[in-house]
Design a protein around this ligand. Structure first.
Ligand SMILES: Nc1ncnc2c1ncn2[C@@H]1O[C@H](COP(=O)(O)OP(=O)(O)OP(=O)(O)O)[C@@H](O)[C@H]1O
Length: 648
């Protein structure tokens, strides 16, 4: 879990802002807070530090160490308490009391901007002298400074963090998409309730609405609140800009403001919460609306699709910078064979759920390609895709790489500790490649993460919840490893919730030509390949699968001088797979392939019978020597017992 630290000037402000932060991000982040007037003993380490005001910035920054982001909060007066000010008699002199000249003036300006200018404000801070008798004092939490003999003191409490700063914090925590709507409802709910309250006191109405408007104008989104008849109660400048309205729109009907019945219908529908895409004056907007239960008032926010795309792009750029992105989609998986189309189909379905996946297949068959495509078609597509390869991860580093560590966890540990790959992948997908190479100790740890969905850094004592989808891959037969006691059975079943088995290239020979054309055209658009070369390559058994084919294309394109790749452009050892493959051997291979397709064993007796049916007489002994030859060439593997001969 990320750590957010608040530094405030005074204890009173700290308490109020801490509570406010907890209400917005409690549960998503661990919130800690300090007040400078109470003294700060240790250096502060956190993911985000929020400084309550720029006035304490220089002092606060001295306490910070190893922080990824510092945010200076923008603050607004606490609108819950502000209503008390409306009842101060007109024309009254009011002392505004705060801790220094700048903040005092800032708050007075704010109150005036809110429309609360029916009284005369007199600034007062330590060092000022009170020259006349004054009946009212207002202070944002600085009661101790208020002169003794003032009869009415209104403590409006410390100013709160504004919604723009809240949005910035949510973005830094990577939860903007999921949490922004909730934060907006929470923020607007209070404001609109206040509006409703004042709507009943008609003489105070304008002032209250002015206040709400200032708060709403500070928001980046366009906002609108209306009653169940569609009468607008409050809106902000951004909304007027989007709909192209001039003058005051409060009191008008939403029908006058929005053209097009579909938007009106949507806004007035009884759905408690709904979201949809609409076009307004040629631009696309996502409109989200909620009905506030207690007041039966609806709030709608409008976000430009362009801005959202921009935000998404920004987040993606960040992932690209770190290399945590998935390069491929299903369109990049080439092949026309029934096998590959079937697996692509399954893969697309798997992408739509959020379950753990195990991909098995020989080296180079495209396991990482599929994992990447699944991520890119899943709901996690805009979040990180982090790949870990267990075959190249040294045992002694694996744990710290995966789970991270705290500062001082071991000699050489970085200052401030380090996030592990599971934490880096939070919200997205982690691809555990060559999982069969993970040690038993690591398997136990991985099992725990999969079961509990949480990790603990090395040397740490905090439990960090993790929201990641796991896709594992292996070129080993995990079932066999389980039987040999080299792979934990419980982990095997945890991983194999969804399962994909990628067939080797020699079992989908139809794809060879398509893949050759594809990789050649990627290197050199105009270059062709002669059929005789394709035929040789179809006869080859491709132990390195598509990776080997891709590398071969690189070679052929590099050595080819003409406009067509011919036999002479093949590496020498490949020429051996020319159609020189003797007819008798080819016949036997074809028979084995046919039997495999029908799900039958290829015993020597069966091969002998089929040959006979085709009018070719080969004894079982002759078939045995030919199978031996084919085995030497890497085409088949003879198994003892009833299984017979298998194609490789
Ligand atoms: N169907 C395909 N279409 C296009 N390219 C493919 C296809 N299958 C694999 N490739 C390419 O072949 C190479 C190997 O693929 P990938 O790394 O996904 O295989 P892998 O099974 O994960 O291999 P390993 O087990 O060795 O890690 C990559 O460059 C990949 O883009």
């Amino acid at each position: 879990m990320k750590k957010v630290v608040l530094i405030a000037g005074t204890e009173h402000t700290r308490e109020t802002l801490h509570e406010q932060l907890e209400s917005y991000i409690g549960g998503i982040a661990q919130v800690e807070s300090y007040a400078i007037d109470k003294g700060i003993k240790d250096k502060i380490k956190a993911d985000i530090v929020i400084i309550s005001t720029s006035l304490i910035y220089n002092e606060a920054i001295l306490f910070i160490e190893g922080v990824s982001k510092v945010i200076v909060a923008r603050r607004v007066l606490n609108y819950k308490i502000i209503e008390n000010l409306l009842f101060i008699p007109e024309g009254e002199k009011v002392l505004f009391v705060n801790d220094c000249k700048e903040t005092t003036q800032e708050c007075i300006d704010w109150l005036k901007k809110l429309g609360l200018n029916h009284v005369e404000y007199i600034p007062y801070y330590p060092g000022c002298e009170l020259k006349e008798k004054i009946n009212y004092a207002i202070t944002p939490g600085e009661i101790d400074i208020v002169p003794k003999d003032i009869a009415n003191i209104i403590d409006i409490g410390p100013r709160l963090i504004d919604i723009v700063t809240i949005a910035e914090i949510l973005k830094e925590l990577n939860v903007y998409d999921e949490k922004w709507e909730d934060a907006t409802i929470m923020y607007l709910d209070k404001i609109v309730s206040l509006a409703k309250k004042f709507a009943d006191i008609s003489k105070e109405k304008t002032r209250a609405f002015n206040h709400i408007k200032v708060v709403m104008d500070g928001m980046k989104e366009a906002v609108l609140a209306f009653d169940n008849k569609g009468k607008i109660i409050v809106s902000n400048e951004n909304l007027k800009f989007i709909v192209g309205a001039k003058g005051n729109i409060v009191g008008k009907s939403i029908r006058e403001i929005f053209a097009g019945n579909n938007i009106i219908e949507f806004l007035l529908s009884c759905d408690k919460e709904a979201s949809n895409l609409f076009e307004i004056r040629g631009e696309k907007y996502i409109i989200t609306k909620f009905i506030l239960d207690k007041d039966n008032i609806s709030i709608a926010t409008l976000k430009s699709q362009k801005d959202l795309e921009e935000l998404e792009k920004q987040m993606l750029k960040d992932l690209y910078r770190k290399g945590y992105y998935a390069k491929y989609s299903f369109e990049d998986i080439i092949g026309n064979s029934i096998e590959i189309n079937y697996i692509k189909d399954i893969g697309r379905k798997i992408a739509k759920n959020d379950l753990t996946v195990l991909i098995e297949g020989e080296s180079g068959t495209g396991k990482e390609l599929f994992a990447s495509a699944i991520h890119n078609e899943s709901m996690r597509k805009n979040k990180p895709f982090v790949a870990v390869n267990f075959s190249s991860l040294p045992e002694n580093l694996a744990e710290s790489e995966l789970f991270g560590y705290e500062e001082g966890a071991f000699t050489g540990a970085l200052k401030g500790g380090k996030k592990g790959l599971f934490e880096q992948a939070d919200g997205g997908t982690i691809f555990l490649d060559e999982i069969g190479d993970a040690s038993l100790k690591l398997q136990t740890k991985l099992l725990r993460v999969l079961q509990e969905k949480e990790i603990m850094r090395i040397g740490g004592n905090k439990i960090i919840p993790i929201d990641v989808r796991v896709i594992a891959a292996t070129n080993k037969n995990l079932r066999e490893l389980v039987e040999k006691g080299e792979f934990r059975e419980d982990l095997y079943y945890r991983l194999k919730v969804m399962y994909i088995k990628l067939p080797p290239l020699r079992q989908r020979k139809e794809d060879i030509k398509v893949l050759l054309d594809y990789f050649i055209s990627k290197k050199d658009k105009g270059l062709k390949i002669k059929d005789e070369v394709v035929n040789i390559l179809i006869n080859y058994n491709w132990p390195g699968n598509i990776r080997e084919l891709k590398n071969l294309v690189e070679y052929m394109v590099a050595v080819c001088n003409g406009s067509e790749i011919d036999k002479m452009d093949l590496p020498l050892d490949m020429l051996h797979y020319d159609n020189m493959l003797r007819q008798d051997l080819k016949l036997i291979l074809d028979i084995i392939e046919d039997l495999r397709k029908r799900g039958e064993n290829a015993s020597r007796r069966k091969i002998e019978r089929i040959c006979r049916e085709k009018g070719i007489n080969l004894t079982e002994q002759m078939i045995r020597t030919r199978l031996k030859e084919l085995e030497k060439m890497g085409y088949v593997k003879s198994q003892k017992g009833r299984v017979g001969t298998m194609l490789l």
